[in-house]
Design a binder for this molecule. Sequence first.
Ligand code: F6P
Length: 362
Amino acid sequence: AKRIGILTSGGDCPGLNAVIRGAVKTANRLGFDTIGFLKGYEGLVDPVQYVPLNDENTRGILGRGGTILGSTNKGRFAATVGINDRVELCPQLMKKVKGTFDQLSLSGLICIGGDGSLAVAQQFHEYGLPVVGVPKTIDNDLSATAFTFGFDSAVECGTEALDRLQTTAASHERIMVMEVMGRHAGWIALHSGIGGGADVILIPEIQWNFDIVCEKILERYKAGKKFTLIVVAEGAHLPDKGMVTQESEKSDRQTRLGGIGQIIAAEIERRLHFEARTVVLGHLQRGGAPTTFDRVLATQFGAHAVRTIVERRFGHMVCYSPPNIESVPILEAVHQLRTVHPDSSAVQAAQAMGISFGNCAL
Ligand code: F6P
């Protein structure tokens, strides 16, 4: 029988299961068997680990967070990948992967992953294997797709957290600094900041400084608003490099463990003598049920990925080009980050709401 394989690779993200379900239902209708490899690309080799996927074991997963297939973002396929890096998998590994494709007679493999995982898929493609990609990241920073699934769910989490922080901040007349995910881009910070009524949004794309952030807090104070909500993307740059271990030297791990939010809160307390508190949302933004928007987008991605295989457009990645789902060469997608443009209408609307980006006088 014709057979399609599916795997989820890299960090998890709400909507992965909806993609799996969407792909399985579509493929089965078109007469394909479906199997799911476990733990990302690791499931393809030594030992090959997979499960048959069907109506029964994909039932009820549409709204479930995480991935039923498991995922790995380290291991043998991680290499040293990143945006603009090429992955060089060793020939022995590639041979084994090809062996798995042959042994299981795969008509195609759907790789659901972020930039690093898609770079691996691209390498498979260059090796002649029939793969298609499905972009995945809560950060929404992949080029060639207007949105990635998981982003809306992460933003929803940030907005809800701000709603909660607002009441406690107001009661205690405090400055609340909420650190959200976004390693290279400020999309989550921008959208949850607008959605949750933040007063200050700090993102990697806009250079900011403490003088202006403090000015904003004081201006609010003088107007009788004795609390301030600040949202900061984890990847935002500190204005004074001397404040921490040199920003440029900060390891990826340090970035992931959080930190900029606390530094900002401490510096505000030092300068203004107002009480400040920090919340690092971290993986709360990645866990739990996907929003309706993400379920719909993920379902369409899953269905379209199968069609992309049927049409033999290998080496392509599905993408959202509103109002349609289309596909583009993976290569186009993995080598370009999509970041927030400082002059974008969302930034302008935020400014019109009085939100400060810490970059210019009020
Ligand atoms: O890229 C998605 C993301 O959630 C980033 O926003 C964050 O920095 C990173 O993954 C966290 O990765 P990990 O789960 O490996 O700590």
